[in-house]
Design a binder for this molecule. Structure first.
Ligand code: 3PG
Length: 203
């Protein structure tokens, strides 16, 4: 799948931190059941790569890797079955690795200049990160004028209260956020609660 198709597959991409491998599959199932099939598994815990491998087997899940900062991480996640990658920013080595990779990269930008550099590398679908802190809705509206070819997945600081305002913007295809997979519910194994949060994010 190309990155725009993935971004159009769900309004919200859960940004997921898997602390315990045993949580990976039930968490993925809970989110898919709630209507959020596109999952970003962050490389912030020792089990993240194994979690990607396990969650990729869940029917309906479109599992990607997040917090990618190096070419090695991109390759490792791709080998584990990740179908897309997300990075907080963009470097020349990561852009080169993405070109050599079979899976698409959604690179993070926070300024017009970073967006223009990403365009030079051939990226027109970008993550605005950290979205709220970088200027939020006003920033996305301002970028739409001079850079109309770009579409965004704003991530960082989004909430159940504000994410619909982001989704209403023409240059926003989806948003990312951790609120649909909160640590307390994951640790409690409250998979029904997570399905409900996911469902609430799709209406
Ligand atoms: C992250 O990298 O943690 C994401 O940007 C998620 O941010 P959030 O916790 O503000 O949704």
């Amino acid at each position: 799948m190309d990155i725009r198709s993935i971004m159009r597959s769900a309004p919200v991409i859960p940004v997921i931190v898997v602390e315990e491998l045993a949580h990976a599959v039930p968490l993925a199932r809970a989110l898919v059941a709630g209507g959020l099939p596109v999952l970003e598994i962050t490389l912030r815990t020792p089990v993240a790569i194994e979690a990607i491998r396990a969650m990729s087997e869940v029917p309906g899940a479109i599992v990607g890797v997040g917090t990618v900062t190096t070419p090695e991480q991109l390759r490792e996640a791709e080998d584990a079955g990740a179908r897309f990658a997300v990075s907080p920013g963009l470097t020349s080595s990561l852009a080169a690795a993405a070109r050599a990779s079979r899976i698409p990269l959604l690179p993070g930008v926070a300024t017009a200049s970073e967006a223009m550099i990403a365009m030079e590398y051939g990226f027109t679908a970008l993550k605005l990160f950290p979205a709220q802190q970088a200027g939020g809705i006003g920033m996305l509206k301002a970028l739409a004028g001079p850079l109309p070819q770009l579409v965004f997945c704003p991530t960082g600081g989004l909430t159940p209260e504000n994410f619909r305002d982001f989704l209403a913007l023409p240059n926003v295809l989806c948003v990312g956020g951790s609120w649909v997979a909160p640590k307390q519910l994951v640790e409690a194994g409250d998979w029904d609660g997570i399905t409900q949060l996911a469902r609430a994010a799709t209406v």
